[in-house]
Ligand binder design. Structure first.
Ligand code: CDP
Ligand code: MG
Length: 729
């Protein structure tokens, strides 16, 4: 394999205007200027025929100073000559925002038909990045977001028939491949942030290798921030590697002398010290999640407010994935001005998850605080549990975080761990997600794509055999794959829903229980971030408000109550506010309800049981069980719950709304902490379990436990009933 495949070298760019490729003069800042075909400096926008705004020219000057501009010609030539190209460059060098535009210009030039039937796709592992970057690029190209430049993330498509550059999550491109296996609408696909090695990106690697063989006119650019480049090269037939030298200033690294007991407290303390003793410059703090970040932001603001006027004003900005887009935008605001003329300068303090590690670049950061942790997915295939756990980051991540301090000037990075710990405890690279995930969903997608032989699929890092077996087993229990591993009709429909297989099963089967409308709403509510707001200063009021929605039989039904109440109150934001409900989350839930379209497409009936019927809630609970029968727990005499089959001791999460401890529950989530919790639980009945999922709860391979003995009795009872009814006849 060693070399780029010959048949892969193709003609797409052979007719590119040579002047563009050669570049002409050099501009004063050393960047190459543009050829004749390139109208960047003319007054009419080639993409929409309008006159450029003043802002366009302002941004253009800034763009030209980005490191990738120095290598624009080199890049375009390499792209012309190769089907696959790997581009490695420091974060902030302009890969995500500029490279797709370079590609666009080149493709545009070689498309004589001005009706423009081409499209460039650029994947992002994170929704936030896809949205934020596409907005920025739309601005740079002086077009409206959603027109020529758009984005597509799960449950939100901001593109139109005019879109020629689409930023999309890697998961969305994978879904597109299901409908369009050769990805024919694309001329060039850019897999960005490849170093993140998300599950979807890894699957796309393998898929695209196949697609490229069948589509000689398609090109692939793989972009990455850190240097696992040789590994990428080896995997992609020795494709050429282009390096964009960073523009990094030196960053001084400080370690703590002793390990920190409480990294959150240590991080806040470090912010205070920087603000008091260090020269002007913005601060970036890496924390692990929304709650922690909001908490830190409040504490920092409060402590600085107490410091008095001798210190400059601060602006504290949180950044995490579930933050509304307008709030995310605030990370790009500048630091506040001094309170009075000649007073101490202001500082911006961004408190972020690892989104800010490589996905989003914030200019002006001089100080980085790195506590050394991030929320990471872990998977235990034995008990089929996937969780997000706060875990130590890798050396590569630590290195990236440090780099964020040296973008605009020399900076400082405060690592809140010891130097010894850095060297001895941190692993070199973060493990690819595919090695730490439940891959049932991926297996379903690949099977739908016609890839049956998963053992021989060309994964860059193949998943563990046990993980693969588990996935196949789960899909078989759900009825998506038959005993030979072939996709069933049910599996085919399930694969069309962008949901995990259990939820997809629950939805697809719900018409049989005459409650698909309600199951749709519940699925939507399970797909959004927590909708209950519980501000520290009003916890009691918030809990009381939540109790108004509580359904004694379970949290799923409580969520349904919230959704119905929201609708009944005309989606009124002030109603949400008064009831401690997150309006944005509920709006997102409404978006998820576009799944209705999938239901209609597959002739799945939209129906409800009469609300006054005794069966209204029972039917809903049964339909949920039909999807989630592998997530059942049984109340043991000792007072705790035991998950079925894999026998893990668990407790009901304190957030539950039940007024009793049911004998059997289904749960939506297994939360791994010092104590194992099951969260979002609903009461189900033993009889339903043996009626709905006898194939899973067959006594032949069921470990000895209290639950087994109960089920045994239930099975016997059922048998007796059957005998009796036979005798009657
Ligand atoms: O992808 P890479 O990390 O190489 O860089 P990029 O995301 O293309 O960002 C390049 C530059 O664009 C940043 O340094 C920012 O100056 C600017 N940018 C911005 O101002 N606003 C954004 N939303 C995104 C990028
Ligand atoms: Mg980038």
């Amino acid at each position: 394999m060693g070399k780029q495949r010959k048949r892969g070298v193709i003609s797409l760019f052979d007719v590119v205007d040579e002047s563009l490729l050669k570049g002409t003069a050099a501009t004063s800042n050393g960047c190459s200027a543009h050829g004749n075909g390139d109208n960047l400096n003319t007054s009419v926008n080639r993409w929409n025929g309008r006159h450029y705004s003043q802002r366009y020219y302002e941004i253009l000057e800034k763009r030209k100073t980005l490191p990738v501009w120095h290598q624009k010609d080199e890049f375009l030539q390499a792209l012309k000559a190769n089907q696959i190209l790997i581009l490695v460059g420091e974060t902030g060098s302009g890969k995500t925002t500029q490279i797709p535009q370079f590609v666009l210009e080149a493709v545009e030039l070689e498309t004589p038909d001005k009706r423009r039937k081409f499209m460039i796709g650029c994947t992002q592992p994170r929704r936030v990045a896809a949205m934020s970057v596409s907005r920025r690029v739309a601005e740079e190209m002086d077009v409206n977001i959603g027109d020529e430049v758009g984005y597509s993330i799960r449950f939100e498509d901001c593109t139109s028939s005019r879109t020629i550059l689409k930023y999309l999550t890697d998961g969305m491109l994978l879904r597109e491949a299901m409908a369009d296996p050769l990805l024919e609408r694309y001329k060039v696909i850019i897999l960005d942030e490849a170093h993140e090695r998300t599950l979807a990106t890894d699957v796309l690697f393998g898929l695209l290798k196949e697609v490229l063989k069948n589509r000689p006119d398609l090109k692939l650019v793989v972009m990455s921030a850190t240097l696992e480049a040789e590994k990428f090269q080896g995997y992609f037939y020795g494709a050429p590697l282009m390096k964009v030298p960073g523009r990094l200033h030196p960053v001084e690294i400080f370690y703590t002398q002793e390990p920190e007991r409480d990294y959150l407290e240590a991080a806040i303390r470090t912010v205070m010290q920087i603000h008091q003793y260090e020269a002007p410059g913005d601060v970036l703090v890496f924390l692990t999640g929304e709650e922690e970040i909001e908490d830190a932001c409040k504490k920092i603001s409060k402590e600085v407010a107490n410091m008095g006027d001798n210190y400059g004003p601060i602006k504290v900005v949180p950044l995490y994935s579930t933050l509304p887009p307008a709030m995310q935008q605030k990370i790009f605001d500048s630091a506040p001005p001094p309170l009075m003329e000649g007073g101490p300068p202001g500082r911006k303090i961004v408190v972020s998850t690892n989104i800010a590690e490589t996905s989003l670049t914030i200019d002006g950061i001089v100080y980085v605080i790195d506590p050394g942790f991030a929320k990471q997915k872990v998977y235990n295939p034995r008990i089929c549990v996937e969780s997000l756990l706060v875990s130590p980051i890798s050396k590569a991540s630590a290195h990236q975080r440090t780099g964020r301090a040296g973008r605009t000037q020399p900076g400082k990075c405060f690592r809140l761990y010891t130097e010894k710990s850095f060297h001895n405890d941190l692993q070199p690279q973060t493990h690819p997600e595919i090695l730490r995930s439940n891959i049932a969903n991926t297996v379903l997608t690949l099977t739908k794509l016609g890839i049956d032989d998963l053992v021989h699929f060309d994964f860059m890092d193949p998943p563990a055999p046990e993980t693969l077996m588990r996935a196949l087993e789960v899909l078989n229990y759900l009825g998506a794959l038959d005993d030979d591993g072939n996709l069933t009709k049910l599996g085919e429909i399930m694969s069309e829903f962008p949901l995990d297989p259990q939820m997809a099963k629950m939805l697809v089967i719900s018409p049989e229980f005459n409650c698909s409308n309600e199951i749709l709403s519940i699925s939507a509510m399970l797909s959004i971030p927590n909708c209950f707001v519980r501000p520290r200063e009003a916890q009691k009021a918030a809990d009381e408000a939540k109790a108004m929605f509580a359904h004694i039989d379970g949290d799923h039904l409580t969520l349904l109550n919230v959704y119905h109440a929201y609708k009944k109150n005309n989606e009124d934001p002030s109603w949400c506010y008064e009831n401690f409900i997150n309006h944005r989350a509920l709006k997102a839930a409404d978006n998820v309800k576009q799944l209705v379209r999938n239901m209609v497409r597959y002739n799945l009936k939209l129906c409800s049981t009469d609300f006054n019927s005794r069966d209204y809630y029972n039917n809903i609970r049964k339909a949920m069980l039909a999807g989630y029968f592998m997530q059942v727990a049984h109340l043991e005499h000792a007072g705790h719950y035991l998950t079925l089959k894999d026998k893990q001791v668990v407790h009901l999460h304190p957030s539950n709304c039940l007024d009793h401890k049911p004998e059997w529950v289904i749960y939506n989530e297994f939360v791994l902490t010092s104590r194992n919790f099951i969260r979002t639980v609903t009461d189900v009945r033993g009889e339903w379990i043996i009626d709905i999922a006898p194939h899973y709860f067959d006594l032949e391979n069921f470990p000895q436990c209290e639950a087994r003995r109960v089920l045994e009795k239930l099975y016997k009872k059922r048998e007796k009933e059957r005998e009796e009814s036979k005798n009657k006849k």
